[in-house]
Design a protein around this ligand. Structure first.
Ligand code: 9WN
Length: 419
C-alpha cells in the first residue's frame, strides 16, 4: 500500500484492492463479475489508474491485453472478447462484429469495431510517473500503439473536418443511453429488428450498417446515420494528446506533432462545442447540423483542458454547482441536468452519479486549482462507496447503489483518489 491513510481510508483501500483482485482474470480485469465478462477499453484505462497504485505489474498486463485487440487501422476496439463460454454470454458478442472476417482486425482475438473515450495515453503517463522505472521499458512497445490509436481518430474520425473525433455509435461515448443521444438516435432506422426493442434495435442496426460497409471510413463519413461530436470524448482525447507529447519526450520521440494536435483539439472544442448562451459544452449532431440541446455531465469534462479560458471555467463551475447539478444532489455529480425532463435518478446514464465521470471532473478541477470542487467530488465519491459499496452507479439524492456489484472502475478510481 502506498500513501499515508487514516484507519477508515485504509479499510476502504483494502476493500477496493480486494475487488480488483477478485475481478482479475490473469490477463485483464472484468468490469463487473457476471455482468460484463470481457475487457472494455475505457474500463481498462480507469482500472489501470487504480492498479498502478496496487499492482503496477497487472496494470501493464492489463494494457498489453487490451492493445492485443488493436486493429491495423489503429482503432482500439471498445471490447476485447476473452471468453466464449456460454455461461459468460454477453450480448452483443463477437458474432455481431465478425472482426475475424476483417483484414484489418487482429488475428487470434475477437473484438468489437467501435472506439471508446481514449484515456489510455493519460493513464500510461500516470503509470510511468507513479512507477519505479519498470514502466519505462513497457513504454517502448506501448508508445507506437498509442500514437496509432490517436492517428486513427485524427484520420478516420474527424468527420466534421474541424479537428474533433466523431462518435458513430452511442456505445462509443461510454455514456450509452445519455439523453444527449435520444434525438440523433431517433433518426436511425431500426430496420424492423427486435432484439430487445427500442434503442437496442437501433444500436444493433448501426453496427450492422457499419459491418456491411466493411467498417470503412468513407462509409462513416458519407452515409452512416449517427455521427456526433461529444465534449467528453474529445476532452479525454485532448488530455491524452497532451500526455502523448510528454510520453514522446520520455520515449525519445518528437513531441511536436502531439502538441500541434492538442492545440487543434483545444480550439475545436471551443469553436464547435461551446454554447455561450447556455454556459456549457454540448454535443454536436453532424447529420442534423446543430448542437444537441440536452445538458449532461459530459459538458463539464472539457475542464480537463488546462488551457480553457477563465470565463469558460467560471461558467462551467457556476452551472456545476447550481441546483441543476451538484447544488441539488446529496451525492454529486448527477449525469444529467436534474431540471431536464429526461432526468431519471435511477436510470443508468440519465441521472445517477458514477465514479468514473466523477473522476474525470475531479481531474479537471485539479487542472484548474479548483480545490473546493475537487474536494466536493472526492468527498461525494468516498461517501458513496462507504455507504453503498463499489456499485456500478448511485442514486444522486440518497446515495443508494444501483446496477452491478463489485464494479472494477469504482474500486480502481477510489484507489487513485485516495493516493
Ligand atoms: C456497452 C463496461 C461498459 C462501459 C460503458 C457502459 C456499459 C456496455 C453495455 O458497460 O456499456 O459497451 O453493455 O451497456 O455504458 O461505459 O464501458 O463497463
Amino acid at each position: 500500500m502506498g500513501p499515508r491513510l487514516t484507519g477508515d481510508e485504509t479499510a476502504l483501500w483494502l476493500a477496493a484492492a480486494r475487488v480488483l483482485d477478485a475481478n482479475w482474470t490473469g490477463a485483464a480485469t472484468v468490469p463487473s463479475p457476471g455482468l460484463y465478462p470481457h475487457q472494455w477499453s475505457w474500463d481498462s484505462a480507469f482500472i489501470g489508474l487504480g492498479l498502478a497504485h496496487h499492482r503496477p505489474d497487472r496494470a501493464r498486463t492489463e494494457f498489453l491485453s487490451l492493445f492485443r485487440g488493436q486493429w491495423a487501422t489503429g482503432l482500439l476496439p471498445h471490447i476485447v472478447f476473452h471468453t466464449t463460454e456460454p455461461r459468460h454470454a454477453y450480448f452483443p458478442g463477437p458474432e455481431l462484429w465478425r472482426s475475424s472476417a476483417h483484414p484489418a482486425a487482429p488475428r487470434g482475438v475477437q473484438t468489437s469495431a467501435l472506439a471508446q473515450p481514449p484515456l489510455h495515453a493519460l493513464v500510461a503517463l500516470r503509470m510511468v510517473q507513479a512507477s519505479d522505472g519498470a514502466d519505462r521499458a513497457f513504454l517502448g512497445p506501448l508508445y507506437p500503439c498509442l500514437v496509432a490509436q490517436h492517428a486513427y481518430l485524427a484520420r478516420d474520425r474527424d468527420i466534421g473536418g474541424g479537428g474533433l473525433a466523431s462518435l458513430c455509435h452511442p456505445w462509443e461515448s461510454g455514456l450509452d443511453d445519455s439523453p444527449a443521444w435520444d434525438t440523433p438516435l431517433a433518426a436511425v432506422d431500426p430496420r424492423g429488428r427486435t432484439y430487445n426493442g427500442g434503442d437496442h434495435d437501433r444500436y444493433v442496426a448501426l453496427v450492422t450498417g457499419m459491418r456491411a460497409a466493411g467498417y470503412r471510413a468513407e462509409y462513416l463519413r458519407d452515409e452512416h446515420p449517427f455521427v456526433v461530436e461529444d465534449p467528453l470524448f474529445n476532452a479525454v482525447y485532448l488530455a491524452s494528446t497532451h500526455a502523448l507529447a510528454e510520453l514522446a519526450d520520455l520515449a525519445g520521440a518528437d513531441p511536436r506533432p502531439h502538441r500541434e494536435a492538442a492545440e487543434r483539439i483545444h480550439r475545436a472544442l471551443l469553436d464547435r462545442l461551446w454554447d455561450e448562451s447556455a454556459g456549457c459544452f454540448r454535443a454536436r449532431d453532424l447529420r442534423a447540423g446543430r448542437l444537441i440541446p440536452e445538458t449532461t455531465v459530459a459538458g463539464f469534462v472539457p475542464l480537463m483542458d488546462p488551457e480553457l479560458p477563465a470565463p469558460v471555467v467560471r461558467a462551467l463551475t457556476d452551472l456545476l454547482l447550481s441546483p441543476r447539478f451538484a447544488g441539488a444532489a446529496g451525492y454529486p455529480v448527477p449525469t444529467c441536468d436534474i431540471q431536464s425532463e429526461a432526468f431519471d435518478r435511477g436510470a443508468y446514464w440519465r441521472g445517477p452519479t458514477w465514479a468514473n465521470t466523477n473522476w474525470l471532473l475531479w481531474f479537471g478541477a485539479c487542472a484548474h486549482d479548483l480545490g473546493g470542487i475537487a474536494d466536493l467530488i472526492f468527498g461525494s465519491t468516498a461517501r458513496l462507496v462507504r455507504q453503498s459499496g463499489f456499485r456500478e452507479f448511485y442514486d444522486p439524492f440518497d446515495g443508494s447503489g444501483r446496477g452491478g456489484h463489485d464494479y472494477s472502475w469504482s474500486a480502481a478510481l477510489l484507489l487513485d483518489l485516495l493516493a
